[in-house]
Design a protein around this ligand. Structure first.
Ligand code: HEM
Length: 259
């Protein structure tokens, strides 16, 4: 008797081209798959979009603009809870469940020679590279050295101190390219799986738009990295702090500067 996976004798098995849609009735993992898929767009993808195209792009304008942006983010109300529930937890969920999907699936790139399967494999590897990069980037930027929430004027110099080293700069580039591709192609996957964009022509148009988004993300990220590398080194220690001249301060008693 033919099983669900092997066709009956004489029946040709037709392998569907493209991305399998998410269907109801795929077992207990259905809700987790949906959450994984959604979390890639909101909040994780939305955060990546903001981080590259808005916050880090201000570095192109220079250290002061960058410090103001970091200061704005650091002073958002309940910033710790926003970071914890809005960024860290969703990234952890998406990443860990992503590794589980990777482990459970098979990267059948040799067996099915159309490009969709290369994309399938690239989606997993870019996710893995992004994960290693995000762990390292968060650790060095948030949990080592000068605390940028207390000392936003040090932000530009702190990033410079990393990207001035060629190996770390290349790691930034790898993380940027991997995360940008993963997110941009992820929008296409999401739209296909949720049935938002169906039909060959519409999906091809969307794929082109996603490739443009990938190039825009990489372009903006590389332009910011260039600004960090090409601007003279900024102070990170006390010299990088916002300084106030006491004579300008309402409580001024002498001409000393405080930090
Ligand atoms: C930079 C942070 C990340 C963003 C913005 C992001 C975004 C996305 C998006 C939008 C999707 C498409 C959703 C879908 O498949 O329906 C996706 C899929 C996927 N992500 Fe991520 N992701 C990130 C990090 C990661 C990490 C660290 C991993 C760990 C390996 C990962 C693993 C996966 C996998 C395996 C898929 C494909 C799921 C499937 O084919 O069903 N992602 N991601």
């Amino acid at each position: 008797m033919a099983s669900a996976s092997s066709p009956a004798p004489g029946v040709t098995k037709i392998v569907a081209h493209g991305v399998a849609p998410l269907r109801a009735g795929q077992g207990y993992s259905f809700v987790l798959r949906r959450l994984h898929s959604l979390s890639g767009i909101v909040p994780v993808g939305a955060f990546l979009f903001e981080h590259i195209l808005i916050s880090n792009s201000t570095a192109i304008t220079g250290p002061d603009a960058y410090a103001r942006q970091v200061s704005f983010l650091a002073n958002l109300p309940l910033v710790f809870f926003l970071e914890f529930f809005g960024i860290w937890m969703p990234i952890f969920f998406h990443a860990l469940y992503g590794f589980y999907i990777w482990y459970r699936g098979d990267g059948n790139v040799g067996a099915y020679p159309w490009s969709g399967n290369w994309m399938y494999t690239a989606q997993r590897w870019t996710g893995g590279i992004a994960f290693v990069y995000i762990l390292w980037h968060t650790y060095t930027m948030r949990f080592t050295g000068v605390d940028l929430h207390d000392n936003p004027m040090a932000s530009f110099g702190k990033v410079q101190n990393e990207v001035v080293h060629t190996a770390q700069f290349l790691f930034y580039v790898a993380g940027l390219v991997a995360a940008s591709w993963h997110f941009a192609y992820g929008i296409w996957l999401f739209s296909a799986k949720w049935g938002i964009v169906s039909g060959d022509k519409a999906q091809k148009r969307l794929l082109r738009a996603c490739i443009v988004l990938f190039l825009v993300l990489c372009g903006a990220g590389l332009a910011s990295l260039y600004s960090f590398r090409s601007t003279p080194m900024q102070n990170v220690g006390t010299g990088g702090r916002i300084t106030v001249t006491i004579t300008d301060h309402p409580a001024a008693v002498d001409g000393r500067r405080v930090q």
